[in-house]
Design a protein around this ligand. Sequence first.
Ligand code: PPE
Length: 312
Amino acid sequence: MNRFWVVFLKEVKWIWLNGSLVPWADAKVHFLTHALHYGSAVFEGIRCYDTGKWPAVFRLKDHVARLFYSAEVFKMEIPYSQTQAYNAVIDTVKANKLRECYIRPIAFYGYGQMGLNPIGAKVDFGVAAWPWGAYLGKEGIEKGVSMRISSWVRPPTNVMPTNAKVSGNYVNSILAKVEAIRTGFEEAILLDNNGNVAECTGENIFIVRNGALITPPTDNTLKGITRDSIMQIARDLGIEVREKLFKKEELYAADEAFVTGTAAEITPIRTVDNKQIGFGKPGPITKKLMAKYGEVIHGKDKQYEKWLDYVK
Ligand code: PPE
């Protein structure tokens, strides 16, 4: 059975836009915003978690650094420093009194210039935050999700800069996502031009084989911050981690498989192309990593405190 989950926005009070907090309903852009027409924007997805004491933004500095990397690839000049962007995120969470939320900073070519050349066009920057639960459904976390190999291919980096979080890249993800849902699956896995497993529409992918974690190198994918966290956590737990290319056969034959992303966190894969992965339920290594990740993001493990930026 196909399950549809639609993410309705839970509105909060304030959105940070171009230097100040404005009421949610007033954070609007013009019809002739460059980015609306051409996808000329760079963005981030960040999560903030309740730690009991204060809310903590997970790996905020790394997300801000990636935002500026994406802008650099694009040669877009964000009119704020990394410190100002960092503070904008903290201020947005604080102003909305959110204890747990998803955070969306975005820098985009704004209003005033049309045509494909954005050089010299105004760059707007904003940060929104809102409560957002399980990205692939609560049942997805508990039982795993059904995936298909997409007929759409992840573009190579000489076609689109898939290492950068550029809005325009996401048309490829949307095509794959809609195809998956319309054909009865919950999420899509995209291969690269050579038939190697690349990533999902909004997540990186891991398989488990003989007790070791395997994930594709990030040549054709986003360098996921959750992916990096899981690799570090797994190694600290004594689990072997290998970055290597693999084809869909190896995915079908995996003992376990899961995806990682800020929004999706760690979500197990139950089936791929209707073929059961392992026992068709979250496997032991997946469950171990999910449990540890849960402790880390909620500030329950001192070793990883360095990844938390408290909103005091
Ligand atoms: N690949 C892609 C294509 C991607 O969009 C994401 C994040 C990842 C991998 C994982 O990266 P990281 O979040 O740093 O671990 N996808 C974001 C957007 C989701 C959305 O629907 O919008 C996210 O998870 O925030």
